[in-house]
Design a protein around this ligand. Structure first.
Ligand SMILES: CCCCC[C@H]1O[C@@H](O)C[C@@H]1SC[C@H](NC(=O)CC[C@H](N)C(=O)O)C(=O)NCC(=O)O
Length: 221
């Protein structure tokens, strides 16, 4: 089958969780990076952008947008969405929480320096007081290696991505969360994820000035 084709800016933001899911599932993908307004306008003219927005993922003969819809499709397609609906909704809940946390980081990149600092400090505080305590308790109560059921799921991928992203802001953020520390080691060592975390793979770096400039130019923000 043809490889999925991803179209987004050369950066994280909304597409990074799709990179992670495909990589964790061991699925090779192609990428088209949006660098110019012309590229974006062509996608719109070709009718590929349902609401005029990216990420865009071409897979299984479909042209998909809306990040959560794409993630949900991919998680189900690669058996990462639990064994039944009750596990699936729990996986969705946990994944949605991590997406909310990571979007706070993504949006901060577009703020002026002083506001960005404040926003990122708030993200670390939210991670330590709202998100990570919840996941620490889930791991404690559940008593398994994974967040849902006793198998690896999309929720585990999302949580690892979020942990690493917050650790980039504050390296000791897991100091009060021993189970999350063990979780991070366990999931990072899964072969497909270990490979994805090596340098030179398709993981994107944190957003920088160039990323923000390209996004602003392409979207005429
Ligand atoms: C000030 C913050 C601006 C952020 C702009 C973009 O950079 C990323 O960091 C976030 C977004 S991504 C680009 C943006 N896409 C979305 O907002 C997608 C939202 C959708 N619900 C999804 O989850 O896929 C975009 O295409 N906009 C065009 C425009 O609406 O006309």
């Amino acid at each position: 089958a043809a490889k999925p084709k991803l179209c987004y800016f050369r950066g994280r933001c909304r597409m990074e969780s799709i990179h992670w899911l495909l990589a964790a599932a061991g699925v090779e993908f192609e990428e088209e990076f949006l660098e110019t307004r012309e590229q974006y306008e062509k996608l719109q003219k070709d009718g590929h952008l349902l609401f005029g927005q990216v990420p865009l993922v071409e897979i299984d003969g479909m042209v998909l947008t809306q990040t959560r819809a794409v993630l949900s499709y991919l998680a189900a397609k690669y058996n990462l969405r639990g064994k039944d609906l009750k596990e699936a909704v729990r996986i969705d809940m946990y994944a949605d929480g991590t997406l909310d946390l990571m979007m706070m980081i993504a949006q901060a990149a577009f703020k002026p320096p002083e506001e960005k600092e404040e926003d990122l400090a708030l993200v670390v505080q939210k991670a330590k007081t709202r998100y990570f305590p919840v996941f620490e308790k889930i791991l404690k109560d559940h008593g398994e290696d994974f967040l849902v059921g006793n198998t690896f799921s999309w929720a585990d991928i999302q949580l690892l991505e979020a942990i690493l992203m917050v650790e980039e802001l504050n390296a000791s953020v897991l100091s009060d969360f021993p189970l999350l520390k063990a979780f991070k080691t366990r999931i990072s060592n899964m072969p497909t994820i270990k490979k994805f975390l090596q340098p030179g793979r398709q993981r994107q770096p944190p957003p920088d000035g160039r990323y923000v400039e390209v996004v602003r130019n392409v979207l005429q923000l």
